[in-house]
Structures are given as structure tokens and as C-alpha cells.
Write a protein that binds this ligand. Structure first.
Ligand code: 0A1
Ligand code: ZN
Length: 882
């Protein structure tokens, strides 16, 4: 494993390399334990580089075999080498020179899943962010772009498929059962976009004709026998290609686009030029094995990786501090794609729920960092919700601030001006400034300043003056490394809802710049006056979630109820209901902690029922209305002194009360939404109906305390969505019932041979509430279907336990923390990235009640005491503890 040097990388230290690489020829002689890699680099000294300047190439766990300079083997005295770097000092060559470097690597022993490794006998690569240096010594940084030609030699029987980036130029036989293929990628690219795949794989083929009439061969490579399960991903790919042409004017630029699905992958997928590599979880789907959520994820991730071809590949990042340049923008693009393909309203609510669940805790805890960070110790730890999801929100806000037309012009200018560049966030912002003529100086703080801004809003209606005054005050809480914050530019969309439920129009608005309904908050305090408002309106705040902020405002339950019924903005309508539900659970949890019996307002129970029944609303929205805030959502909203047991009990009681108050109506609605044996379709409308029915199942099961409805659904289910939802109710709500035991057994017997489906079985059990979670998860780690070496298995069992089992992980005696900490350390020895990511589950430990805080600190300190931690894990643990 790479040794922890403790080095901190700083943005201000950026310098271009003294040498450029004009082209590279790579030859891979693949062998499971001893792959030989020959890299021929055509080097050029950049203007201004002094003769003799050292060339320092990055490496990681490499064995060097030989180095040649301009064809002549170099004496070992002419270079310094260790497994981390190769330095050629006193490089007295001409402006141009050739280097040939031969290294040997062992893909079978590579358990980090970075560089060249094996996943079920398939050779594959992962090079972002710094994996290419595990293949050969190189200038392994994103601002070194070069043209790659790749020759792959391998055993013909075990590796009939040989793939790399770009276009296939030659194939042939080598004798002794070996063959080769040569790939050439004409587009200069950084090393992190290099990819190679070799193995025995099944293929689903298709083709796509681009807007200018070029035909592109499409291929999705999967495990043999699973080709049919790639059909949905292929469909999503073709829709993505068309959408990017129509909406962003961006056409694909090679003759081939391949995707490979592998079983062992640290993240979701990777956008390597012309050869995307995917975690198979985000490719494989059919009705029997994939849920509606799986289908939606596949569509979104296939689109995301494809969209990177322009935002990421054609225009890449100058350095890793600029990661959000490609990720925030590409997430924004995939969100827009899904919104167009599905329901925009429902998609937006889902995005906000995810942002609050993943990014808000990050921004409000010890791991907070700006969307564009200025320092890092381990770049792998910056593939975060802040860089991705908040980064996307910032792009969305640019659109809100500029309006669609200027946003489109700015995008066009950015794409034209920087095609082929390794760019920065400053370049990105400048393109929008130049295109719109607007100053985004203050707005740019969204990239530079960590923390979730907070708005305090106070509304005063003056009937005599026919005026509504909104006093809006902003603050940004301190975060690690930034105690003082500057004032932000926050685009806030506000609606004033009149007694008829329609929006009231003000005759004039003063006190802030208001353009097309967007209030531009720029000062610490604004008093915004809406003129000509004779009756008291209900205030619909932050419509469409126009800014990723938290807001406090006194609003009584009647106003929220009114907005939940009438607001024309679907996000704000959901938000009003969500606020009511969150407050109800918070209050109930406090009662329980004080040993008192909580009670819920009858009006709230019937409001939920009413929204669930509203035929004018789409089923997916009604399902969201029925979905209570999660236990983690409630904990986040409570902020401090958190007792997960009380929250769990309170939330459960509310579900039971909602079910009881609407028993008949919900039962009828549940029956009415049975699919009646109709063939499965993964489209959004059908998925919405299933979501509604499964949300009803939850409240009905809670209300009746009877497992039979879930058991019946389990027996009758004709698709994985309904099957898994039923199994979850049985497992989570009826731990003692025979129906639960039977269902778990049936599921296991039916899917034992399908690891991706078994992940659902593991996850459902890992998230089963109660103190027994630790023991259950520990037992399941011995299940033959489990493997500590496979990231998907680890995430579904160990990861789900720590992030989705509040009562198990946060067990009062600290056993959950201790078990988890020990497991993370064990994983770290093999796969540092995976271990570090898991360990972020501790990030909100300071919000817990004092006893749990103590236990969590002890577990974290225990991890930190290990002498041999990876840089990845040490970085997370030390920042979390600080
Ligand atoms: N660029 C990819 C994410 C990614 C990052 C690092 C990886 O290393 C294991 C893999 C993938 C994306 O945004 O999809
Ligand atoms: Zn991405």
C-alpha cells in the first residue's frame, strides 16, 4: 500500500509541468501476475524550461524493468527510482526526446481497484484520480494531455475481448494461443481517462446515428448470459446521446462507444474516453432483479458518464482542485436529463432530499469543504456530495441568476472557448460573465466558501399600507479552516399565495434586486417590500429549491397546511408538508425522551391522507407526500443531543397514526393500485404507481401491526420493486413473525446465485432497526454470498448498517461503533478508498447525545491509533476527530 507521507496539496502551488508529452504508445503484455507495460513517450520541453531541468514521473507500487532515452538504455546512475517516482535529473537532451519505460505489475494482487486489476478474471482499469501511475511512470495529472495508441496482447481463450479508448485500428494473432489488438484515440486526453479491458465477456450491440449523420457502433459488455439485462442501459445511452444533441448541441466524436460492466468497482462508473467502465449494479436490470430505483439510477448514471464526454473529457480539469468543474456541471446535466425523461417535479424533490441527506451533513460537520477546495491530503476523499451535488446546485443557480438565455450563451461560450483545454472554475465563471455582461464576483463565493448559508425570514403584513415586508437576513456558519465568512449572493424565489390559493402579484417590489421573480439577496439584511398586497399572503419560500440554504421562519401550521394543499410550486408544496411532518416527529421524539406519551394533530393525519388520495396529483408525488422524513433527516433537523432510539419510536408512531386515521381509504387505494398482472414497464408513471402503493403498504403495516398484507404482496409480486418493498416491511416491522422468516428464506433461495440481488437481501437486514443489528450484520458477514473484497457487498451490508440503521449503529453501548471501526480497519488494508468512504459514516458524531458522542470518539480514536492506516482513511479519521 502507498505510504502515508502526510503531504498536503495546495492550489496555490500549481505550476505547469516543465515537459509535455506529445504522444504515447503503450504495449500491454497481459498476464494475471506479471503484466509487462512498455510506454514510449514522445517528450517535449515546454517553452522556458531550462536545459537539464529534472523530469519527475509519478509511480505507485511499480517495478521498473528498464528505461531508455532516445533509444539507448540508461545506466541506473542516470536516474533515481523508487516505487513512487522516477526522476531523470540532468536531462541534457534536445527540446524533443523519446523515453521508453518498461514496468511490471501484478493485476491479480491489486486489491485497491485502482490501476490495472482483475474483476472475476476480467482485466480492467480505473485511473481517476491517480491510478495511471500504478500502470507506468507518467506525468499523472489532468493538465498533461496526450494522444494514446494502445496495443494489448493477451491469451486468446481467457481474453477474447481486448478494448481500449478510441477506435480499433488492428487485430491479429501472435501464435502460442495469444492475440493482440491496437486502439488509437485521436483526442488528446489526460491519463485519468485511459482505460483497458480484456477478458471473456458477452456483448449487446446497437448503433446510433448522430445529428450530422455519422454512425456510431455502441457496445455494452457484460458477464456471459447477462446480455439481455443490458437492454435498458443501452436504451438510456441512446436517449442520452440524442438529448445532449438536442439540449446542449453536443454530438459524439468517435466511431465507437463502449461500456463494460464489472463486478468489483469502487464507485458508480467511470467516463474513460469512448470506453466507460461501470459498476455492474448500474448496468444490469430486468423486472425480476431490479427495482424502479435501480432503473432510475441506471438511466442517470449512463447519462452522467456519457455527458462527461464533453464536460470532463473534451474540456477537462487543470488540476484536481477543479474537480467540480466537470462533476458539478455533469451532475447538473444528468439531473436535467432525468427531469426531461421523467417528472420534473418529482425529480427535483428527490434531488433536494438527497442533497439534504448527504451534502448538508457534510457541510455542517467536520468534513466541510468548499465546492472548489484549496487543499487536500488525499484527492480520493474529495469525490464528495459537496463537489458533486452542491456543485450541481451552483450551476443551477447560475441559470437562475442569469436566466435560461444567458445561461445557454455562457455554456456555448465555455464549450467553444475551452474545447481541448484543461480548465478552471475561473474560466467557467468568466464564460458566463462574458456572455451575459453580468458580474458574478460575489456569486463565485459559492465555489470558494464552505458551509450551508442560513436565511432568517420574518414577514410583516401591513394591511393599511397594503404592503408585505419580508425581512431577510443571511448568515454563513463557520466551518473548519474558515471561521469568518463573506456575504453570499443568494437567488431566492418567493411566492405570495392568496386566500384562493393563487399567487398574488405585487404592484412593485423594493429593497432588493428582483428579476423575473428571483430576489437577489446580497447584503446581510434586506427588507423587501411588496406593494399592493391588501390581504395577508402565505409565504412560499425558496420555490423549486432555488438556493441550497437552510431557512428559519415562523409559519403556523395552518399556513403550512394551506401551502401543502395549494402552492402551485410542487417543491414548495411538498416542502410545506415535509416541514409539518418533521416538526411532528421532532416534538414526539422530545416527548418520548422525557418519558411522556406523544400525540399527533388529527389535522396533520388527515392532510397526509387527503394528499395521498388527490387524483389531480401524479402518483409519484403522492408517494413522496406519504414518505415520512427518514430517521437521519429528523436527526439532522434536531441538530444536537440526538437520541436515535427516541427518533425511531416517534417516527414509527406517526406512521401508525397516519395509517389508522386513513385505514379504509388507504386500503382501497392500495387495492386500486395493484398492477393486476399487467406486464412490467419501468417508465416513470408506472414506477410512480408502485411507489404510491408501497408507501401505503408501509403505513398500513404500521397501523395494523399485521404482517399479512406484506406477506401477501411478497407472495404475489411480479417484479423486484414490489418484492423488495414487501420483504422490507416484513423484516423491519415484524422481526418475530414467521412470515418474515419465510420471506427471507424464500428470497435467499431464489436469488442465491445473483450477487446484485443478494445485496438487497443484505441491505434489508442490515437496516433492520433495533439493538440486534451488530450481531446480525456480523453473522451475515459469514454468509457464503458475502465477500469483504467486493465493494458492492461491503456497502450493502456494512455501509447500510452504518448509514441506514440509526438504532443499530448508534446503539447506546457503543457496540455498533466498535464493530464498524474494526471492520473499516480490516478493509483498509486491502482497499483504502472503500474504507475511507465507509468511515465518513461517523461525520455527524458531534451532534449525538453525550454518551454516544463519547463512544463514537473512542471508536474513531481507536482507528487513528493503528500505525498502518492508508492516507485515505487517516485523512478522513483525523479530520472527523479534529
Ligand atoms: N468520474 C467518475 C467518478 C469516479 C471517481 C473515481 C473513481 O475511482 C475509483 C471512479 C469513478 C464519475 O463522476 O462518474
Ligand atoms: Zn462524474
Amino acid at each position: 500500500m502507498r505510504k502515508d507521507t502526510g503531504q498536503i496539496f495546495r492550489i496555490e502551488d500549481y505550476r505547469p509541468t516543465p515537459y509535455a508529452i506529445e504522444k504515447v504508445d503503450l504495449v500491454f503484455q497481459l498476464d494475471p501476475q506479471a503484466t509487462m507495460v512498455t510506454a514510449r513517450l514522445a517528450m517535449r520541453a515546454r517553452a522556458g524550461t531550462n536545459p537539464g531541468t529534472a523530469l519527475v514521473l509519478d509511480g505507485d507500487e511499480l517495478t521498473l524493468i528498464s528505461v531508455k532515452l532516445d533509444g539507448a538504455e540508461l545506466e541506473p546512475s542516470r536516474y533515481q527510482v523508487n516505487s513512487q517516482r522516477l526522476e531523470l535529473s540532468n536531462l541534457l537532451t534536445g527540446e524533443r526526446f523519446d523515453l521508453e519505460i518498461v514496468t511490471r505489475i501484478d493485476p491479480s494482487a491489486n486489491s485497491t481497484l485502482m490501476g490495472l486489476y482483475r474483476s472475476r478474471d476480467v482485466y480492467c482499469t480505473q485511473c481517476e484520480a491517480e491510478g495511471f501511475r500504478r500502470i507506468t511512470y507518467f506525468l499523472d495529472r489532468p493538465d498533461v494531455l496526450t494522444v494514446y495508441t494502445v496495443r494489448i496482447e493477451a491469451d486468446q481463450t481467457s481474453a477474447p475481448v481486448l478494448l481500449s479508448n478510441g477506435n480499433l485500428v488492428e487485430t491479429g494473432e501472435l501464435g502460442s494461443g495469444r492475440h493482440f489488438a491496437v486502439w488509437h484515440d485521436p483526442h488528446p486526453k489526460p491519463s485519468y481517462l485511459f482505460a483497458l479491458v480484456a477478458g471473456s465477456l458477452g456483448l449487446l450491440r446497437d448503433s446510433f446515428v448522430t445529428v450530422s449523420g455519422r454512425s456510431v457502433d455502441l457496445g455494452i459488455y457484460v458477464e456471459h448470459g447477462k446480455e439481455a439485462r443490458a437492454a435498458y442501459a443501452m436504451d438510456a445511452l441512446k436517449r442520452s446521446m440524442r438529448w445532449d444533441e438536442e439540449v446542449f448541441g453536443l454530438e459524439y466524436d468517435l466511431d465507437i462507444f463502449n461500456i463494460v460492466a464489472v463486478s468489483d468497482f469502487n464507485m458508480g462508473a467511470m467516463e474513460n474516453k469512448g470506453l466507460n467502465i461501470f459498476n455492474d449494479k448500474y448496468i444490469l436490470a430486468d423486472p425480476d432483479t431490479a427495482t424502479d430505483a435501480d432503473y432510475a439510477n441506471i438511466e442517470a448514471i449512463v447519462a452522467h458518464e456519457y455527458f462527461h464526454n464533453w464536460t470532463g473529457n473534451r474540456i477537462t480539469c487543470r488540476d484536481w482542485f477543479q474537480l467540480c468543474l466537470k462533476e458539478g456541471l455533469t451532475v447538473f446535466r444528468d439531473h436535467e436529463f432525468s427531469a426531461d425523461e421523467r417528472s420534473r417535479a418529482v425529480k427535483r424533490i428527490a434531488e433536494v432530499r438527497a442533497l439534504r441527506a448527504h451534502q448538508f451533513p457534510e457541510d455542517q460537520g467536520p468534513l466541510a469543504h468548499p465546492v472548489r477546495p484549496r487543499r487536500y491530503r488525499e484527492i480520493n476523499n474529495f469525490y464528495t456530495a459537496t463537489v458533486y451535488e452542491k456543485g450541481s446546485e451552483v450551476v443551477r443557480m447560475i441559470r437562475t441568476v442569469l436566466g435560461q438565455d444567458d445561461f445557454d450563451k455562457g455554456m456555448r461560450l465555455y464549450l467553444d472557448r475551452h474545447d481541448g483545454d484543461a480548465a478552471t472554475i475561473e474560466d467557467f465563471i468568466k464564460a458566463f460573465e462574458d456572455a451575459s455582461g453580468k458580474d458574478l464576483g460575489q456569486f463565485a463565493l459559492w465555489y470558494h466558501q464552505a458551509g450551508t448559508p442560513h436565511l432568517t425570514v420574518n414577514a410583516v403584513h401591513d394591511a393599511a399600507a397594503r404592503e408585505l415586508r419580508l425581512e431577510i437576513e443571511q448568515s454563513v456558519p463557520p466551518t473548519p479552516s474558515e471561521a469568518r465568512k463573506r456575504l453570499m449572493h443568494i437567488p431566492l424565489i418567493v411566492g405570495l399565495v392568496g386566500a384562493q390559493g393563487t399567487d398574488m402579484e405585487a404592484s412593485a417590489i423594493e429593497g432588493a434586486e428582483v428579476v423575473d421573480g428571483v430576489i437577489h439577496i446580497k447584503k446581510r439584511k434586506h427588507v423587501v417590500r411588496f406593494k399592493g398586497i391588501s390581504e395577508r399572503p402565505r409565504i412560499s419560500l425558496n420555490r423549486g429549491f432555488s438556493a441550497p440554504v437552510t431557512i428559519s421562519m415562523e409559519r403556523d401550521d395552518d399556513d403550512l397546511t394551506f401551502l401543502a394543499r395549494h402552492d402551485r410550486d410542487p417543491f414548495a408544496r411538498w416542502e410545506a408538508l415535509n416541514a409539518l411532518l418533521t416538526d411532528a416527529v421532532k416534538d414526539a421524539a422530545r416527548q418520548i425522551r422525557a418519558q411522556r406519551q406523544p400525540a399527533f394533530e388529527a389535522d396533520l393525519l388527515s392532510l397526509v391522507g387527503e394528499l395521498a388520495m388527490r387524483e389531480d396529483l401524479e402518483p409519484a408525488f403522492r408517494a413522496l407526500a406519504l414518505t415520512l422524513p427518514s430517521e437521519a433527516d429528523i436527526a439532522r433537523e434536531m441538530g444536537s443531543n440526538i437520541d436515535p432510539d427516541a427518533i425511531h419510536a416517534a417516527r414509527d408512531m406517526l406512521s401508525c397514526q397516519i395509517g389508522l386515521a386513513n385505514l379504509e381509504a388507504f386500503t382501497g387505494l392500495y387495492e386500486a393500485h395493484s398492477d393486476g398482472g399487467a406486464p412490467f414497464s419501468p417508465d416513470a408513471a408506472s414506477a410512480g404507481r408502485r411507489a404510491l402503493r408501497n408507501a401505503l403498504l408501509e403505513h398500513l403495516s404500521a397501523a395494523t401491526g399485521d404482517p399479512s398484507l406484506a406477506a401477501r404482496q411478497f407472495a404475489a409480486a411480479t417484479n423486484m420493486t414490489d418484492l423488495a418493498a414487501a420483504l422490507m416491511q416484513l423484516a423491519h416491522r415484524f422481526p418475530q413473525a414467521v412470515e418474515k422468516l419465510e420471506a427471507l428464506g424464500t428470497f435467499e433461495a431464489r436469488f442465491a446465485g445473483d450477487p446484485l440481488v443478494m445485496d438487497k437481501w443484505f441491505a434489508i437486514q442490515a437496516s433492520t432497526p433495533g439493538a440486534g443489528g451488530v450481531e446480525r450484520v456480523r453473522d451475515l458477514m459469514r454468509h457464503p454470498g458475502f465477500a469483504l473484497t467486493n465493494p458492492n457487498r461491503v456497502r450493502s451490508l456494512v455501509g447500510t448498517f452504518a448509514t441506514a440503521n440509526q438504532t443499530g449503529f448508534h446503539r447506546a453501548d457503543g457496540a455498533g461503533y466498535d464493530f464498524f471501526a474494526a471492520t473499516v480497519v480490516e478493509i483498509d488494508a486491502r482497499n483504502p478508498q472503500l474504507a475511507a468512504r465507509l468511515a465518513t459514516a461517523f461525520r455527524s458524531w458531534k451532534a449525538l447525545e453525550p454518551d454516544r458522542q463519547k463512544a463514537a470518539r473512542a471508536a474513531l480514536s481507536g482507528i487513528a491509533r493503528n500505525a498502518n492506516l492508508s492516507t485515505d482513511l487517516r485523512d478522513i479519521v483525523e479530520r472527523t476527530l479534529a
